[in-house]
Design a protein around this ligand. Structure first.
Ligand code: NAD
Ligand code: IPM
Ligand code: MN
Length: 367
């Protein structure tokens, strides 16, 4: 079969990690007899440099007409890059938010899984890690603070900035349904995370989650306040199966969850709507501090491509093959710098490799 994939390489390490995910897709195509056709789409800082805006209408059309989009990352150093001297709606991140909204990608899945081989890269104590952990962060992606009205203006002579956090019940219901559906295919547990002791939007969130939960009697659920959740993630990450939460909380908690898996470079993600279409990207950013050095970890992007095979193309066997190859490469002792063991004596037992070699080694292990 032929699949048409839009490719947003983006900025910083984006092009480096996307190259490796494409290598892996091509290897899958050769072995399993599929044709992957790629079309480059400009977004982020590179689009600003080429067109003056972070996302053109043409780019949105290209994404819409693809079967799925593979993305690296966008943005630059927010303190030093000239992109951050532009008006907020002309900065790189505005392109990503516009694309998520235009494609109605309300459900963001971020699986945080600790590979047996990466226990030594995990900053938690051995007794906390135990037999490891495996959670799915379900982040609402097209509502909340990211998309509410905002303004900065003087109020009574004092410069004042305002961002608004709005959710309606339909937006909450559709992500809650996705969360419970996913939990049913996993370990039947949902932890809904909110700040219902303070926010009205969180109180509505709780009410709707409780309504949805009634349709899933086999799934157990609990509510947890976000500050407690941030703490529980490092105290006892094993307790979590599906974490269901709103946009901003999900952004922050997923970066935290990534670090307990060893590195943000391991955390894949899928952004989905109600169709088979999806945008697949690592959860981390453009990593300007290491861009251009050939040392970024491409695994999150490669695992995001595996999610594309599974969720958008229904190619489960092919997705399994990619995930198995990642496991095998770690078992064989290959590590990018971000997932090297923390202790010196353990470093000697593994081999440090760069971005491209890691991609090649994973390809070699796909059968
Ligand atoms: P970041 O995720 O880019 O980097 C944080 C730290 O993690 C850095 O030390 C970086 O080197 C490291 N890191 C990230 N990905 C890695 C990888 N694959 N391998 C090894 N190390 C990795 O976050 P930041 O520095 O806060 O943001 C930089 C830029 O990225 C900003 O412009 C931000 O807006 C943007 N951003 C984009 C996305 C996206 O495109 N989806 C996501 C997050 C941040
Ligand atoms: C992410 C990123 C984005 C977000 C930024 C770049 C707008 O941090 O995908 O996690 O906050 O959603
Ligand atoms: Mn983020």
């Amino acid at each position: 079969m032929t699949f048409h994939i839009g490719v947003i390489s983006g900025d910083g390490i984006g092009p480096e990690i996307v190259t490796e995910a494409r290598k892996v897709l091509d290897r899958i195509g050769n072995i399993f007899g599929h044709q992957f056709e790629y079309e480059d789409i400009l977004m982020g800082g590179c689009s600003i440099d080429a067109t003056g805006v972070p996302l053109t209408e043409e780019a949105i059309c290209q994404a819409k007409s693809s079967d799925a989009v593979l993305m690296g990352s966008i943005g630059g150093n927010t303190s030093t890059s000239p992109w951050y001297k532009l008006a907020p709606e002309l900065r790189p991140e505005a392109g990503l938010l516009k694309l998520r909204k235009a494609l109605n990608l309300f459900a963001n899945l971020r699986p945080a899984y600790l590979y047996e081989e990466l226990k030594e890269a995990c900053p938690l104590r051995e007794d906390i890690i135990g037999s490891g952990f495996d959670m799915m962060i379900m982040r609402e992606l097209t509502g909340g603070l990211y998309f509410g009205a905002r303004k900065t203006e003087p109020v009574d002579g004092v410069m004042t900035a305002e961002d608004t956090l709005t959710y309606n019940e339909n937006e909450i219901r559709r992500i809650a349904v996705k969360g419970f559906e996913i939990a049913r295919k996993r370990r039947n547990k949902v932890t809904s995370v909110d700040k219902a002791n303070v926010l009205d939007s969180s109180r509505l969130w709780r009410k709707i989650v409780e309504e949805v939960a009634k349709d899933y009697p086999e799934v157990s659920y609990e509510h947890m306040l976000v500050d407690n959740c941030a703490m529980q993630l490092v105290k006892d990450p094993k307790q979590f199966d599906v974490i269901l939460t709103e946009n901003m909380f999900g952004d922050i908690l997923s970066d935290e969850a990534s670090m307990v898996t060893g590195s943000i470079g391991m955390l894949s993600s899928a952004s989905l709507n109600d169709t088979k279409f999806g945008l697949y990207e690592p959860s981390g950013g453009s990593a300007p501090d290491i861009a251009g050095q050939g040392i970024a970890n491409p695994i999150a992007t490669i695992l995001s491509a595996a999610m594309m095979l599974r969720y958008s193309f229904d190619l489960d066997q092919e997705a399994d093959a990619v995930e198995e190859a990642v496991k095998q490469v770690l078992k064989d002792g290959y590590r990018t710098i971000d997932i090297m063991p923390q202790e010196a004596d353990k470093k000697a037992a593994v081999t440090q490799v760069g971005t491209a070699l890691m991609g090649d080694l994973i390809c070699e292990r796909i059968h």
